[in-house]
Design a protein around this ligand. Structure first.
Ligand SMILES: Cc1cc2nc3c(=O)[nH]c(=O)nc-3n(C[C@H](O)[C@H](O)[C@H](O)COP(=O)(O)O)c2cc1C
Length: 190
């Protein structure tokens, strides 16, 4: 746990690159709804190259090194994943693959909460199951409950991208409290 006056530092990872991403909007809502004892900064995956073992052998590209450093410094992650073809987007899997490489695998033992937004009816349920499987491979400590599936996105955000659905806001706020408790419970104190 980093010593930051008792504040939990959380890194929000958006699995979508597009400007009007619902998943980024959900992370922005999380930053609004977090407990006072939590700091939540967003992180973008744009600029992370496609994983190539030959490139890895020569050293991490700067965007990857930066992503890994931000993960390492965070006490916990919130990953907001879109659902692409019943799974997680390639851009997110690619970033996780880079972050999983040695040395000092920054995802190992990292507490993480998963959220996801979709315009459709399933709220990224299938993608989240796949992401949990990936997290298990990396020994990440996934918060199991409450799970945050946000379906029918078009009716839940206003034209400025603000999450307006009160039920969803309450779920998200509760999840952030649970993530803080989970992080304080499982994180090794450095
Ligand atoms: C390649 C591709 C595959 C998709 N597959 C699914 C899917 O399996 N299930 C689903 O609910 N939505 C699917 N969608 C729609 C996404 O949920 C939608 O584009 C969503 O807005 C993406 O998240 P974002 O708003 O954060 O970018 C797909 C979109 C793309 C581009």
């Amino acid at each position: 746990m980093t010593d930051n006056n008792g504040i939990i530092d959380v890194l929000g990872v958006c699995g979508s690159l597009r400007k009007d991403s619902y998943n980024r909007m959900a992370l922005q809502a999380a930053a609004e709804l977090k407990p006072e004892t939590m700091a939540l900064d967003g992180c973008e995956l744009a600029g992370i190259p496609i994983y190539d073992e030959d490139v890895f052998q020569k050293g991490f590209p700067p965007a990857v090194a930066n992503f890994r450093e931000r993960i390492a410094k965070a006490d916990a992650l919130v990953i907001a994943t879109p659902e692409y073809n019943f799974s997680i987007p390639g851009v997110l899997k690619n970033a996780i693959d880079w972050a999983s490489r040695p040395p000092d695998q920054p995802l190992n033992g990292k507490p993480v909460a998963i959220i996801g937004v979709s315009p459709g009816m399933f709220g990224t349920a299938r993608a989240q199951i796949h992401l949990r499987q990936v997290c298990a491979a990396l020994n990440m400590l996934v918060l199991n409950k409450p799970d945050i599936l946000i379906p029918a996105a078009a009716g839940k955000f206003d034209e400025n991208g603000r999450l307006t659905d009160e039920t969803t806001r309450k779920f998200l706020a509760d999840m952030l409290v649970a993530l803080e408790q989970w992080t304080r419970t499982v994180r090794r104190r450095d």
